[in-house]
Write a protein of this length. Structure first.
Lengths: 280, 257
């Protein structure tokens, strides 16, 4: 009997993995329908990226005409806004994924299915990657078309930097989700607002020594700061700065671990206090 | 007989107020059980704990052979839940909604199950409608189809016919009885419609102030309390300010249809 159970175990595991993948795809599909049927949600992935690149691209052109450091600023502004949209789009896609369930009071429907929390997050992230590609693609193509700035000129060294920024976006959204689980929909403004705090502190367009001295320790602690610094090094033809990249990767991993711990704790509280009734 | 649900000593308080106070509940395969009680008795909290949505303060739950909370995902592959108050996810057509939930319940190709469910409850004409275009009764019906797509061993329904016309409610009852008889699905239902309970369920569990106060067949409960119908029993038990001692009237119940 034990032998047959042992023999069957790999097959049972394979079935579980296949069912898990089915549920992840179902969640991704559900959010694809949401985007398709909600034109206003397209603003996040089309209109705002376009507005951002026009704003920072034109600002870059203006300062570059002044010559000197203005020429450097042009590249910093455009590469900064393109890379910023990697963080922004990955964060917004995951945060609004959960918010969509609270807006349509669908949380209880989901919680009584076999769907696990990890599968839900992976499903939203899976479709979120489509949004990231659209949003960042629009910024990059607009920068190329309007300002002749080609981000791909920075080469493959950009890939690990983009990877760090994606992870930071997901980690921030896990914090947002945790706060929404704890405090309810009233905390949803955080999904957008938190990015306006992270952006200036991360030195998206400038080295962090341009920040007021009191804010620099906070900036140095953020993984995004080191990722953007590594991006500017590429733009300045200094090659990939491994020191910055290693700090960015390790601090992004640390941030993700803390974010997962936070959201798990908030989820436990959510179940213990029966907060699901807020959304049913 | 197989047991699909076994809960012992379930207790839950919210902000110091006791909602559920040591409930024991067992549901056997193919059994149809009504969980009854006045508003605030603890019915919905009990159901949400049984489904792993709310964590009990104390007690243990075994759901279709899996211990909660660890086995929640595996257990829910064999459990369905619908409630009259649950909306459909927005921005989805009914067929899309059911297809997605079929996949969440582990159906690789949910299409035949979706069509069968829509037919069973008489709503194939709603398949292409958006969830937001449906009346509350139609939404309830779609919710019940969703909960039964994967042919669960246990179907939990919270006020399933509260917003339905009498003829539609009858169609729902027929559909549920059909599932119970032909697929062996056990039912655990809350309802304030005592006539419906008598027609559908072979066992009733009354709870009051978070405790089980009576457990037996409708006939046994009526006889014990000396009342002509379940509604009178309900009014009698609801009128008690304090819970009465629990009374288990039957281990094996008759199965009236």
């Amino acid at each position: 009997m034990n032998t047959s159970v042992e023999t069957l175990r790999p097959y049972t595991r394979a079935i579980e993995i296949s069912q898990s993948w089915l549920r992840i795809r179902a969640i991704a599909r559900r959010h694809a329908y949401v985007l398709k049927r909600s034109p206003h949600r397209l603003f996040d992935v089309t209109l705002w990226p376009l507005v951002d690149v026009l704003l920072f691209g034109s600002l870059g052109v203006f300062v570059s005409r002044e010559g000197g450091a203005g020429l450097t600023a042009f590249g910093y502004l455009l590469s900064g806004i393109i890379l910023w949209h990697v963080v922004y789009q990955s964060q917004i896609a995951l945060s609004t994924g959960l918010l969509e369930e609270t807006w349509s009071r669908n949380l209880l429907n989901l919680m009584v299915t076999p769907l696990t929390e990890i599968e839900y997050v992976l499903g939203v992230v899976l479709f979120g990657m489509v949004k990231v590609v659209i949003g960042v693609g629009i910024v990059a193509v607009t920068a190329l078309g309007f300002y002749a700035f080609n981000i791909s000129d920075l080469g493959w060294d950009l890939v690990p930097i983009v990877g760090v920024l994606l992870v930071v976006g997901w980690a921030i959204s896990l914090f947002v989700i945790g706060v929404v689980l704890r405090f309810g929909s009233g905390a949803e403004a955080l999904a957008w607002g938190i990015m306006f705090v992270v952006m200036p502190l991360s030195g998206v367009f400038y080295p962090t020594n341009a920040l007021p001295a009191v804010l620099r320790p906070i900036a140095i602690a953020l993984p995004t700061t080191h990722a953007f610094a590594a991006g500017r090094a590429l733009l300045d033809h200094r090659g990939l700065e491994w020191g910055q990249l290693i700090i960015a990767i390790s601090s992004a991993a640390g941030l993700l671990v803390v974010a997962v711990g936070f959201v798990v704790a908030m989820l436990r509280l959510f179940r213990r206090r029966g907060y699901v009734t807020r959304y049913s | 007989m197989n047991t699909v649900l076994r809960a012992f000593g379930l207790t839950k308080s919210f902000r110091g107020k006791v909602a559920v106070d040591g409930i024991d509940l067992e549901v056997r395969a193919q059994e149809r059980v009504a969980l009854l009680g006045p508003n605030g008795a603890g019915k919905t909290t009990t159901l949400l704990m049984l489904l792993g949505v709310v964590t009990p303060d104390a007690g243990s739950i075994q759901l279709v052979g899996h211990q909660l909370p660890h086995g929640r995902s595996r257990a829910l592959l064999n459990v369905g839940f619908a409630a009259g108050y649950l909306p459909l996810a927005e921005r989805l057509r009914v067929r899309e909604f059911l297809h997605i939930y079929g996949q969440l319940y582990g159906l690789t190709d949910p299409r035949p199950f979706v069509e069968e469910g829509l037919e069973r409850f008489g709503i194939p004409h709603l398949a292409r409608r958006m969830g937001t275009e449906l009346s509350s009764g139609q939404r309830t019906l779609v919710g019940i189809v969703k909960a039964t797509l994967h042919r669960p061993r246990l179907l939990v329904l919270d006020e399933p016919t509260a917003s339905l016309d009498p003829d539609v409610a009858q169609r729902v009852r027929r559909g549920l009885l059909d599932m119970s008889e032909h697929q062996g699905t056990a039912l655990l239902i809350t309802s304030h419609d005592m006539i419906e309970v008598e027609r559908l369920c072979e066992r009733v569990v009354f709870i009051s102030h978070g405790r089980v106060v009576a457990d037996g067949s409708p006939a046994q409960v009526k006889e014990f309390y000396g009342r002509g119908d379940l509604e009178d029993v309900f009014l009698h038990l609801a009128g008690h300010a304090e819970p009465t001692p629990p009374i288990t009237l039957a281990q094996e119940t008759d199965r009236p249809l």
